[in-house]
Design a protein around this ligand. Structure first.
Ligand code: SF4
Length: 326
């Protein structure tokens, strides 16, 4: 593990035991997150990106179970930590921002109360000091008229303002890692860019690390330092953002980039990826992308490609590169 590694995930497996069969939503995912970076996980719906992010602090609802792997946060395995100890980390050292701010906020309490409460629960401030911090935090999240908005209930706030309160709650305990799961998807397009910029500003101001979960490649290109591409519960590729958009290696990443306007290229022809995402109960053998891959070989149908390190600190799970390395 490199010195600046904050989080190290090894062979994480999260399965859902449904009546229809076992859904291997996350199946052997490994990556690390470095201090101070914006690390994005991108993938289609059902790729396992949100399940991965929730598994980090064991927020997996039934019938899901974490069935394997290690999650080292500052060297401590969160999967072996007693629940009481983990609760102290969740919301303090690791904070979440979810897609829909309305469901993250309690409609019965003012925004100021909810920010202050987060600090008192984790004992980073007593009530008197927490209330003092509330206005500072609302200013930090660029809330218009913070004194008035501290006394507002969620229903009195716009979607963008609610998300600012949620972000305020997430930074209130000065977390080491903020996990933002589709933080702009539920917001008006006009507000999305402001919220992304706010996240970047707060990363610097609060000296924190951001893990961004998104399906939106435009968002990824705009804010990320490094990117993990997920497909059907597995890692396809991990690369710095410039390499990923400039020279994607995995055929799925190449397909993804051709399927949307490339934010780093001016001229492009949009080509959808043929086929559809697999049924996660009956996933294809070998490489899960093989039925849709234009470069599929015999080995791809039989054997799962390992995640191999390539030049420049990149990793890719594809037999095209595993063969080159052998
Ligand atoms: Fe395509 Fe084979 Fe690489 Fe999978 S392992 S992405 S099927 S070439």
């Amino acid at each position: 593990m490199a010195d600046n590694t904050l989080l190290n995930v090894e062979e994480l497996k999260v399965y859902f035991y449904t009546y229809a069969g076992v859904v291997k939503a996350v199946d052997g995912v490994s990556f690390d997150v470095r201090r101070g970076e914006v690390f994005s996980i991108v993938g289609e719906t059902g790729s396992g990106k949100s399940v991965t992010s929730r598994a980090l602090t064991r927020l997996i609802p039934s019938p899901g179970r974490i069935v394997g792997g290690r999650i080292l946060f500052e060297g401590k395995n969160l999967l072996e930590m007693p629940e009481e100890e983990l609760r102290k980390i969740r919301g303090k050292d690791i904070a979440y921002i979810f897609q829909d701010p309305s469901s993250s906020l309690d409609p019965l309490f003012t925004s100021g109360y909810q920010i202050a409460e987060t600090m008192t629960v984790h004992a980073t401030a007593d009530w008197k000091n927490a209330w003092k911090r509330v206005i500072e935090i609302l200013k930090d999240v660029a809330m218009p008229d913070p004194h008035k908005r501290a006394k507002s209930y969620p229903h009195e706030l716009s979607g963008g303002m609610k998300q600012r309160v949620v972000i305020g709650i997430s930074v209130s305990n000065k977390p080491k890692l903020i996990i933002a799961d589709e933080p702009t998807t539920a917001l008006d397009v006009s507000v999305q860019a402001q919220i992304l910029k706010l996240l970047l500003d707060l990363r610097k101001k609060y000296d924190t690390t951001v893990m961004l979960i998104t399906h939106n490649l435009g968002v990824v290109a705009e804010v990320s330092d490094r990117v993990l591409v997920m497909y059907a519960g597995r890692v396809a590729e991990i690369a710095d953002v410039y390499s990923l958009f400039g020279e994607p290696l995995h055929p799925y990443t190449i397909g993804l980039l051709k399927a949307v306007p490339n934010p780093l290229k001016r001229i492009e022809r949009i080509e959808p990826i043929p086929g559809s995402v697999p049924d996660m109960i009956n996933v294809p053998s070998g490489c899960r992308f093989h039925p849709r891959c234009p470069k599929a070989m015999d080995i791809c149908k039989r054997e799962q490609p390992p995640l191999v390190q390539i030049r420049g600190g990149r990793s890719v799970a594809c037999w095209l590169y595993a063969e080159k390395n052998s």
